[in-house]
Design a protein around this ligand. Structure first.
Ligand SMILES: C[S@@+](CC[C@H](N)C(=O)[O-])C[C@H]1O[C@@H](n2cnc3c(N)ncnc32)[C@H](O)[C@@H]1O
Length: 444
């Protein structure tokens, strides 16, 4: 269970963190923007736990260099990461037509490297288009974030952090400029950047790379990481101790569109104060979202099913990961043997998304032993489709619709040359937008 650890004797530092290995690392996040803010953040949520079946994110002792910068924010009772085995089983026990595998299975260490090989294929446009857009607009994007007086910047699903150095360098420059020009943030310039992701190995190596590329050049931004899911992140950020600090979320790579639209709205709401099923996170400065809106079916199909088989191999990896979660050894069952499955991807025009399925080539059977020893039979019929992951393609109007529920207002957006890809800046706001998508408004 999550617990708040007191951190006696460390009051002189605004941020103190108990790290996974028991070290306490301290740093200054910069002064909070609100006048009434306490000068200390007494404790941050932290818990140790190692799930027996947990194969994602297992900390390795070789990563000591950055271990103290990583905070494990997984909640053992509710984190999707920690219930991945039961999630896997229950998604496969659904009736025909509703079976699925949790997409988190794709993001372990091996999955991440298979995903990297997709990024390198010539047909996978989203990565390159977003990169080019960020390169072009980074000055505007960084100054937008900087002017929101953010204390804590969290990058959701940070991945390989390949675009992050660009953003942080530009942001650091903005903070430097504003502090030297004697603006309101003079002397209060520090910001803490957290990379959040689910794979421990990836996080620590990405952060190491990021440090190499930016530090010690970054004068105003501290680099840290959070190990956990998006929900864990929202919950962690909602702790009362962090309420006074202004928070900005960065969510790039069209990752939001792995969710259905209503799920995406629900998730966004967890980072705001206005959701019924949220955690009541205070002081959201803004959300920077990278969203692909390409509705060219052929182009999307080429990107998501490259002739070299990169996408197919990545999606098929979910089988190996599922077998590990359910502790089914190949000698006991061939249910998750890739040879028994085929990959099927298809564009769903109505839902505006590319859908990835795995389909058994013949009837497959296994018996799964649950915790406590209960045995559960699992049967998959030949041809029965198992949904793994979708990638939505949302236009500016779709993004606007998704943000309405969580009370986020589209303040600015930047678009790729063909206008398909968008980077959106959203801020909490009560007013509904009448019309118009691209707006250059003053900060509230
Ligand atoms: C499409 S990649 C994007 C990576 C990077 N942000 C980029 O733009 O290139 C999605 C990333 O989100 C992470 N991820 C997926 N589901 C997640 C979840 N539920 N919670 C936290 N991270 C998640 C994955 O591990 C992966 O690194």
């Amino acid at each position: 269970m999550a617990q708040v650890l007191p951190s006696p004797g460390v009051e002189s530092h605004p941020f103190h963190q108990n790290t996974k290995d028991g070290n306490v690392s301290s740093f200054s996040p910069g002064a909070p923007s609100s006048m009434s803010v306490p000068r200390t953040l007494p404790s941050l949520l932290y818990h140790h736990h190692h799930h027996q079946h947990h194969h994602l994110s297992t900390p390795s002792s070789s990563n000591t260099s950055s271990a103290s910068d990583m905070l494990d924010i997984r909640s053992s009772s509710t984190s999707l990461l920690d219930t991945l085995d039961t999630q896997t089983l229950s998604s496969l026990l659904q009736p025909p037509g509703r079976k699925s595998l949790p997409s988190l299975l794709l993001w372990d260490e091996k999955g991440q490297s298979l995903y990297d090989s997709i990024l390198a294929t010539p047909s996978y446009y989203p990565y390159r288009v977003e990169n080019a857009l960020l390169q072009k607009q980074i000055g505007h994007i960084a100054s937008t974030i900087a002017s929101s007086t953010t204390d804590i910047l969290v990058e959701l699903g940070a991945g390989n952090l390949s675009k992050t150095a660009l953003l942080l360098s530009a942001l650091d420059q903005c903070l430097e400029d504003s502090s030297s020009s004697g603006s309101s943030r003079a002397g209060l310039k520090k910001m803490v950047y957290y990379a959040l992701d689910v794979d421990h190995t990836l996080l620590s190596s990405s952060l190491h790379q990021l440090r190499k590329h930016t530090a010690p050049a970054l004068k105003n931004i501290e680099l840290r990481s959070l190990l956990g899911t998006y929900e864990d992140g929202a919950r962690w950020l909602s702790q009362p101790d962090l309420a006074p600090y202004r928070k900005t979320m960065v969510w790039l790579g069209n990752s939001i569109a792995n969710y259905e639209k209503d799920e995406a709205s629900d998730l966004l709401a967890k980072f705001t104060t206005c959701s019924q099923n949220g955690y009541g996170m205070q002081n959201l400065a803004g959300f920077l979202l990278g969203v692909d809106g390409c509705l060219d079916q052929e182009k999307v199909e080429r990107a998501y099913n490259a002739p070299g088989g990169e996408n197919r191999r990545w999606v098929l990896h979910a089988l190996e990961a599922a077998g590990e979660q359910l502790q089914l050894q190949p000698r006991d069952s061939d249910m998750f043997d890739e040879k028994n499955w085929k990959f099927e991807g298809r564009w769903d025009g109505e839902r505006q998304r590319y859908e990835n399925y795995l389909v058994p080539k013949r009837k497959l059977e296994a018996v799964v032993t649950c915790k406590g020893g209960k045995k559960v039979p699992l049967v998959l019929e030949e041809g029965e489709k198992v949904f793994v992951l979708g990638s939505g393609k949302w236009t500016a109007r779709d993004v606007q619709g998704i943000c309405e529920g969580p009370g986020l207002k589209l303040k600015k957006s930047w678009h790729s040359e063909g206008d398909d890809y968008g980077v959106y800046w959203l801020q909490p706001g009560k007013k509904r937008l009448d019309s118009g998508i691209e707006m250059e408004e003053d900060e509230e």
